[in-house]
Design a protein around this ligand. Sequence first.
Ligand code: ADP
Length: 373
Amino acid sequence: MSTVTEQQVVEALSEIKVPDTGKSVLELGLIQGLQVKEGHVGFSLEVDPSQGEAMEPVRKSCEDIVYDLPGVLSVTAVLTAHSNEASAPEAQQTAPQGGGGASDMEIPGVKSVIAVASGKGGVGKSTVSVNLALGLAATGLKVGLMDADVYGPSLPRMMGIGGTPHSPDGKYMMPLSNYGVEVISMGFLVPEDTPMIWRGPMVMSALEQLMRDVKWGDLDVLVCDLPPGTGDAQLTMAQRVPLTGAVVVSTPQDVALADARKGIAMFDKVNVPTLGIIENMSYFVCPHCGDRTDIFGHGGAKDEATRQNIDFLGEIPIDPYLRETSDTGTPLTAKEPDHAISKAFIEIAKKVAVKIEEANANSAAAAPKIVIS
Ligand code: ADP
């Protein structure tokens, strides 16, 4: 089968008119960042933020018409706000609402959303997200897990889930589930071996779509695995998603802690409470002799939590078994809930559950509203 060319995509898109303007998306210069590679097509529609909702049908039409071209295997069309990218997070800052965050997005049926964040990659943020979600489920809560780490979505592999989410009505996606936790990940929508180049606004738009288009059903808590770092994408995400609070994962090293500090400062800036810090790769117990080694030093995150007046939620050792179970899709907390590390995650989850209740109570007190249940 011949693959589609950029020219064919452009021609198809020239057919799509924007209502009330009589002009096509191309004439209006809305199509940006077009990429056509071996049948995979990606582009964004840059629109006025106030028109986001109204432009969704246009985005869908663009996606559909390109998808119908011969040789097209996948299409990713995302809406991006064409406001000044650098100042966008500031510009969008509004009064706190919901769980304290400045979000303008509602997630129906979801009582609380927490972010798992890290100042840098590789500290075990996804490992902690997965096992924390399973720990929360073990305490009897209904839990969802969202992989917002669009750069390297690892939750499908860690949760042992493959396949594509169903969309019974062609509008909403149903999450996939395993080990009693509902999961959605960009990794379900694009093949793992598809290299993706995401510009900041595209990340935001893709995440917003992921937030908006998933039918979670009733959840007590949605655990959101944020992309690593504290750049604009994370900041905007922290503002757009109705976060109850954030959990920061750090290793004990100074350098990682400096990054964690930035994470906490970022959440502060957008009025999202940091529920606490988890120290990952805290120490190593030799499986042969039982001796304990503090590979990255130990207790750094705890000291930092004290300094910042933030709760320390617990520590997770370096353990090859934790890596093995994560990387093979049988997460330890689900596979062996009685394992010492699983117990540590369940204890952390219990603390997080209490902190969520507190954060919700605080925000309810700050913004009294009538709840009909
Ligand atoms: P991040 O999401 O911060 O990039 P990951 O959770 O993907 O980090 O972890 C990176 C790698 O380190 C993975 O292979 C994971 O299995 C491993 N890992 C994470 N935490 C631990 C730990 N406490 N002990 C051993 N391996 C770990």
